[in-house]
Ligand binder design. Sequence first.
Ligand code: SF4
Length: 66
Amino acid sequence: MSGETEGFFNDDGTPVNPSWVSKPGLCVTCRHDNDPGQEVFCALTRVDQQGGDGFRCEAYGKLSRE
Ligand code: SF4
């Protein structure tokens, strides 16, 4: 344990810098990508699924190109 108490952490307690987690392709087509109000939620979702098979997000909203 690093002793840090703020930020993002893996299940084993190691700190994770969200900027080191690659952005899934699904996020690039989502209207919430780059929304400051969704920043923490999106970071948590990406950190939680890093290294997993595929990427799923219940909050996904297809980006409108109008
Ligand atoms: S809401 Fe989900 S799919 Fe959309 S950008 Fe955030 S993490 Fe990605």
